[in-house]
Design a protein around this ligand. Structure first.
Ligand SMILES: *Cc1c(COP(=O)(O)O)cnc(C)c1O
Length: 368
């Protein structure tokens, strides 16, 4: 059996007529950049998260850079970022002109470890930026307390966590600003690049909107220099269609994860994901850990099962951050896990047979 790592075609087949119609309408109205289809999505996504404002932008990386700039965070300021994430999280901080300060992740949940954050706070710190890695919300309640105590912004990189909740509340309830990516492979994916910034503060929303659109107040009237990073009408229309199905797709991911948990939970040598109390983990990725990763990955490949590694080099250990002089031993959890994490196929359309097959292969690899 062949089990791909993701299967965007399967999802597309299930909504094809609606998508075709939605895209056709955008073209009929020439509403290519921003426009009413992007606006409709912004309104629906804000409502989905119980946030007051949503501004569509070009991609999830720009969303972070633009939101930081809109908050007035830049040169001379520090932002605390988890050591295990996709490079966009830290890259966007640097692109805003601010300095990245890495903090290690929790050994059980893989998200920013709140117990380590206060030691990283200096007089220059302006924001704490948890990432809801793999789809599990970071411990926002603890981080909120730390942020409030030190007068810092709580900034959520939510690129992997569409639909995640804490105690049943949308994650937007717990932070000042959230950014999303709608990269095609994300839980809510566009058919191209797209991203969004969400917040409750009207002035901040206005600045984000202006920054993403050349700092313009009106056509050819620019209050400051900004970016060209706007949501396309076609992406807005596609996302509006897909948003209707997001909860259903998320429930499927959660069911799929539960089946993996059940089939892999008692295999010696495999660590299955742990979910912190109160968190709705939306399983952007289903990540196991094993000290036999290279051999297991090869074995699965030979048996038709595609896997991924998120991420093979922890951020402080990347060449891109040599100038920060980070030492791997200062980020012991991330530096150890970079050699152990393995992402199994995970998407809503994954069948029970596929999950059983993948799990059976893993059981075979580890022996009786
Ligand atoms: C995907 C991702 C981003 C960047 O989003 P793009 O839309 O690809 O720019 C940022 N942070 C995290 C954690 C991501 O997974």
């Amino acid at each position: 059996m062949n089990v791909p790592f993701v299967d965007l075609t399967a999802q597309y087949q299930s909504i094809r007529p609606e998508i075709t119609l939605a895209i056709q309408k955008v073209i009929d109205e020439n509403a290519y950049i921003k426009g009413r289809f992007a606006k409709e999505f912004e309104e629906k996504f804000a409502e989905f998260l119980s946030a007051r404002h949503c501004i569509g932008v070009g991609n999830g990386t720009d969303a972070i850079t633009i939101a930081l700039k809109a908050l007035g965070i830049g040169p001379g300021d520090e932002v605390i970022v988890p050591a295990n994430s996709f490079v966009a999280s830290s890259e966007a901080v640097s692109n805003a002109g601010a300095s990245v300060v890495f903090v290690d992740v929790d050994p059980d949940y893989y998200t920013m470890d709140p117990r380590l954050v206060e030691a990283k706070i200096t007089t220059k710190t302006k924001a704490i930026m948890p990432v809801h890695l793999y789809g599990q919300p970071a411990d926002l309640k603890s981080l909120r307390q730390i942020a409030d105590k030190h007068g810092l912004i709580l900034f959520q990189d939510s690129a992997q966590a569409h639909g995640a909740t804490i105690d049943g509340e949308p994650i937007a309830e717990f932070g000042d600003v959230l950014t999303f990516s709608f990269y095609p492979g994300k839980n809510l994916g566009a058919y191209g690049d797209a991203g969004a910034v969400l917040c409750n503060d009207e002035n901040l929303a206005k600045r984000v909107n202006m920054l993403s659109n050349h700092g313009r107040v009106d056509k050819y009237d620019h209050e400051f220099e900004g970016f060209n990073s706007r949501m396309d009408g076609i992406q807005g229309a596609v996302l509006t269609v897909k948003l209707k199905y997001l909860d259903q797709w998320t429930e499927s991911r959660i069911r799929n994860a539960a089946l993996y948990d059940q089939l892999l939970g008692n295999i010696e040598g495999v660590e299955i994901p742990r979910v912190q109390k109160g968190m709705r983990h939306v399983y952007h990725l289903y990540v196991i850990r094993t000290s036999e990763r290279a051999r297991l990955q090869q074995f699965l490949k030979e048996n038709g099962v595609a896997t991924g590694i998120h991420y093979p080099i922890a951020l402080p250990n990347l060449t891109a951050y040599n100038h920060l002089n980070c030492r791997a031993e200062d980020y012991p959890v991330s530096s150890k896990y970079q050699d152990e994490v393995l992402s199994l196929p995970m998407y809503a359309e994954l069948t029970e047979e596929m999950i059983e097959y993948v799990s059976e292969c893993i059981r075979k690899f580890f022996g009786p």
